[in-house]
Design a protein around this ligand. Structure first.
Ligand SMILES: C[S@@+](CC[C@H](N)C(=O)[O-])C[C@H]1O[C@@H](n2cnc3c(N)ncnc32)[C@H](O)[C@@H]1O
Length: 224
């Protein structure tokens, strides 16, 4: 599963001198260039950025990762999770990684990841960050049999049926990691299917949960 074009980034250079950012960094005993851009705290400053209306959403990544890492499919060792960001960085979260529940501690963890690139250590990596990796490069590395993009304007396809008919295949599912608008990456070019689950837009973590359950049922996992 890949959370695509996620709005997870350090404060961009353009806002390093912004008073809202400066105050936010100072309160946390940090410098502007080392903190995450976060709409909850930097809303006024975000207006000065291109695409500011959708940027600075680490909370989406936080909830998504909690849902998928704690899922039955992951406990069975059958899930691999990546977070791709708007700046073409890719985070690989090892299956055994449990995500911190407290939001501000998660923010601190991501800030540390942007600095160190691997946590907690090179010897025992649980979360890794790769710079300069586009979605296409990530997909080329994974080399799946089928790529499905979840999209509210996609086709109404029975996912349970699709998973059941492709049990032997490696399937990648792409979900947007942004609050509004559309994918920045050209997902249509890489996708075998563009699928809608419901007539209205849903949160990324809800889509993830719906997919996980359908996949588990198709594979007879987690049902008695
Ligand atoms: C919050 S949505 C993205 C924003 C949405 N386009 C909007 O403007 O409200 C996050 C992601 O969840 C997935 N998604 C949301 N609603 C969906 C639906 N009804 N069917 C399938 N996927 C959906 C898509 O991958 C989407 O990019």
């Amino acid at each position: 599963m890949i959370l695509v074009d996620s709005e997870l980034e350090l404060v961009p250079r353009k806002l390093w001198g912004d008073p809202i950012i400066g105050k936010s960094a100072k309160m946390r005993g940090k410098t502007p260039e080392t903190i995450l851009l976060d709409d909850s705290y930097h809303h006024g400053a975000l207006r000065r950025l291109p695409d500011g209306w959708r940027r600075g959403r680490p909370d989406i990544v936080h909830i998504f990762l909690n849902v998928v890492q704690d899922s039955i499919l992951n406990k069975c060792g059958l899930l691999r999770v990546y977070v791709h960001t708007r700046n073409n960085q890719v985070i690989y979260v090892h299956p055994e990684t449990r995500i911190i529940k407290h939001y501000m501690r998660f923010v601190g963890l991501m800030e540390s990841l942007f600095q160190k690139k691997v946590l907690p250590s090179e010897e025992k990596p649980l979360i890794e960050l790769y710079d300069d990796m586009s979605l296409k490069e990530l997909l080329d590395n994974i080399s799946p049999d089928i790529v499905i993009t979840m999209h509210e304007k996609g086709d109404k396809v029975d996912l349970l049926d699709l998973f059941s008919k492709n049990k032997e295949k490696d399937i990648v599912v792409l979900i947007g990691g942004f609050p509004k608008g559309d994918f920045l990456s050209p997902v249509d070019e890489y996708s075998d299917y563009l699928i809608s689950l419901y007539d209205e837009p849903l949160n990324a973590w809800v889509v993830a949960a719906e997919i996980l359950v359908r996949y588990e049922i198709a594979h007879g996992i987690g049902t008695y």
